[in-house]
Design a protein around this ligand. Structure first.
Ligand code: CTP
Ligand SMILES: C[C@](O)(CO)[C@H](O)COP(=O)(O)O
Length: 234
């Protein structure tokens, strides 16, 4: 059976959230945001091990206040993140120990994990090499010109809003990160790095409830969805 690891990037600063406490540690229904992510991965039979990347110097705090407090046994390493999100993910990849065939990447601030979607993304990565959860755009999306006017309206029927979990065969994600570092290529998600290498990435239908906690109003919606128990379907 192929072993599956999860890398959870949680080393961001939360600038857009604008809170003193970093958003990954904000209380959400009595548990830190990051704790919900880790609890959900802990509960998933699909995930065998978890590596966490946090802001340098926060390792001990995170170990005590989140991992130990929640009794999470799958977390095998807590390592410092980097300047960009992809640097943090790369540091997490380097901390993986053991023969993992598939790597899942899940943002530390996307706590509404639908386990059926998680399973589907992992299966798609095993079959195709790389996969990302995503949802079809519901709003019309326009590209802005430098003059502040609409430059172009994009064809909504082919637009998907990318989420995490994303999943990759180990060798594919490692090669993508190594090549990005070598060629100084940056992308806002790991699938973008893999696309850069020419590797196809399978789109897997996700959930509109899988909100990335970015600005304050996101907390309200995610709190409701977590209370519904939406994210814990196995
Ligand atoms: N250098 C970074 C930047 C982001 N992240 C993580 O990547 C996820 C998605 O990033 P985002 O929502 O942008 O978080 P922040 O970068 O903290 O937010 P902001 O851009 O508002 O500062 C989060 O779990 C964040 O902690 C990370 O591990 N390392
Ligand atoms: C990875 C991601 O969640 C996919 O939508 C998103 O790109 C992260 O962007 P962020 O600016 O680092 O939050």
């Amino acid at each position: 059976m192929v072993k599956v690891a999860a890398v959870v990037p949680a080393a961001g600063s939360g600038v857009r959230m604008g809170t003193d406490t970093k958003k990954q540690y904000l209380d959400l229904n009595g548990i830190p945001v990051l704790g919900h992510v880790l609890k959900s991965l802990e509960a998933s039979p699909v995930i065998n091990g978890v590596v966490l990347t946090v802001n340098p110097g926060e390792e001990e705090y995170c170990r005590k206040a989140v991992v130990d407090a929640l009794g999470l046994s799958k977390v095998t390493a807590i390592v410092p993140g980097g300047k960009e999100r992809q640097d943090s993910v790369y540091n997490g990849l380097l901390a993986l120990s053991g023969d993992y065939g598939i790597v899942v990447v899940n943002d530390g601030v996307r706590p509404v994990i639908d386990h059926a979607v998680l399973r589907a993304v992992v299966q798609a990565a095993a079959a195709h090499g790389a996969a990302t959860s995503a949802v079809p755009a519901k709003d019309t999306v326009k590209m802005a010109g430098e003059d502040g006017f609409v430059a172009r309206t994009l064809p909504r029927e082919s637009l998907w809003l990318t989420q995490t979990p994303q999943a990759f065969r180990y060798e594919i994600i490692m090669e993508a990160h190594r090549r990005a570092r070598l060629e100084k290529f940056f992308a806002t998600d790991d699938a973008g790095l893999v696309e850069f290498t020419g590797q196809p990435v399978k789109l897997v239908p996700g959930s509109y409830k899988n909100i990335k906690i970015t600005t304050p109003e996101d907390l309200v919606m995610v709190s409701i969805f977590l209370q519904e128990g939406t994210g814990s379907r196995s």
